[in-house]
Design a protein around this ligand. Structure first.
Ligand SMILES: Nc1ncnc2c1ncn2[C@@H]1O[C@H](COP(=O)(O)OP(=O)(O)OP(=O)(O)O)[C@@H](O)[C@H]1O
Length: 364
């Protein structure tokens, strides 16, 4: 069963959005360049804009159908919408801002109780403050809490990170992951920042010029050339889930393991001091340009991580070659054309991926 299905057409000036979407539960990242139609899509789903034609169903319930003249107003759609800048009421305390969400609950069973929202988003110390006394990340957490208290069947977030600096982004992401794990609702998160989105989800929906370019797992999309082109714009990244296996304090290293791959894969990361206990799960980012390829394992070298793999795809973009390498999970590696020629790299070739322990960036 699809949590959200829609077929929508909407023209604004020279721009036309014409899409068919089917979203499941869990987090989907809506990604695309500026002007692709991401916000328009969220506006149509939430009822802030009318489609010229089309239909929308949430959990199999039809809320819009232009042919049959069905139109459900925003407040009755049971959709939580978190705007870029939070949009809290400045004259109300955090408590009152949160309680505002509950007036939209209608007779339905709440998705989550008020106290649970406080706990989930760690808002207890903030309840008597006003928005002007909060940081950007705290405001964003209150806005998310308010949306959850409206008992939504669907949560929409438009650029939830863009008003936050890097440190605050890192703080918000675990809350969104917790919401996803604890509440069984679909979440659509719009962002034009690919690494941010990948910290949340690998499930992406790509839009360009008002049309759907692709929908699926990041690594599967990346193998398609036209999609790689779009994603290159905001910085391609490998984002891999790992669990902390041990902290080797003597050698200043943390050993991380990925058990989802076809075989267990261990990597070494410079000691992660402040966060992440043994057994904790985390996303680790690795830039495609921080991985080197060699034809054999190298023993006399300071690079700690050396993973054997097979090249499954080579994509040439200008002077750069993007190699998709299967090391148990797929990695995207960026090298120069000169290196490809020198090493005679081709699809199916067995190679080693080398990266320094310091190249692994810990997200959450
Ligand atoms: N009121 C309007 N009249 C005419 N064109 C509009 C109007 N509002 C938006 N557009 C155009 O619609 C297109 C899609 O805009 P939209 O805001 O949905 O894109 P987006 O993908 O969210 O972009 P961004 O990442 O920059 O926020 C853009 O080309 C924009 O210029």
């Amino acid at each position: 069963m699809h949590a959200l299905s829609a077929k929508l057409k909407r023209t604004k000036g020279n721009f036309t959005l014409n899409v068919e979407v089917n979203f499941r539960k869990g987090i989907t990242g809506i990604y695309g360049p500026s002007g692709a139609g991401k916000t328009t899509l969220l506006h149509l789903i939430s009822g802030l804009e009318y489609p010229d034609e089309g239909n929308i169903s949430i959990a199999e319930e039809v809320i819009v159908d232009s042919q049959n003249k069905i139109w459900t107003p925003s407040r009755k759609r049971k959709i939580g919408y978190v705007f870029q800048e939070g949009r809290l009421f400045p004259h109300m305390t955090v408590r009152k801002n949160l309680l505002f969400g509950t007036i939209f609950q209608s007779k339905d069973k709440p998705l989550i109780a008020f106290d649970e929202v406080l706990h989930l988003l760690e808002l207890e110390p903030l309840v008597d403050k006003r928005p002007s006394q909060l940081s950007g990340g705290e405001k964003q957490r209150v806005a998310i809490g308010r949306a959850l208290l409206s008992a939504p069947k669907l949560l929409l977030m438009d650029e939830p990170f863009s008003s936050l600096d890097m440190a605050l982004r890192r703080q918000i992401i675990p809350y969104l992951i917790k919401i996803n794990q604890q509440l069984n609702i679909p979440m659509l998160v719009v962002s034009h920042d690919l690494p941010d989105l990948l910290s949340l989800t690998r499930e992406l929906f790509l839009l360009k010029n008002g049309s759907v370019l692709g929908h699926g797992k990041y690594m599967e999309l990346i193998e398609k050339e036209n999609m790689l082109d779009v994603m290159r714009g905001s910085g391609l990244m490998n984002v891999i889930p790992f669990v902390v296996e041990t902290h080797d304090k003597e050698n200043g290293l943390s050993i991380l393991v990925n058990k989802d791959a076809s075989q267990e894969i261990r990597v070494e990361r410079e000691l992660i001091k402040d966060c992440c206990l043994v057994g904790e799960q985390m996303n680790v980012s690795l830039r495609p340009e921080d991985i080197a390829l060699t034809l054999k394992e190298i023993s006399d070298i300071s690079i700690r991580n050396q993973l054997p793999g097979t090249i499954v795809k080579l994509i040439r973009k200008e002077n750069r070659i993007y190699c998709i390498v299967d090391v148990g999970f797929k990695l995207i590696v960026s090298i120069t054309q000169a290196s490809q020629h020198k090493m005679d790299l081709c699809e199916g070739k067995h190679i080693w991926c080398l990266f320094k322990s310091m190249a692994l960036l810990v997200n959450v």
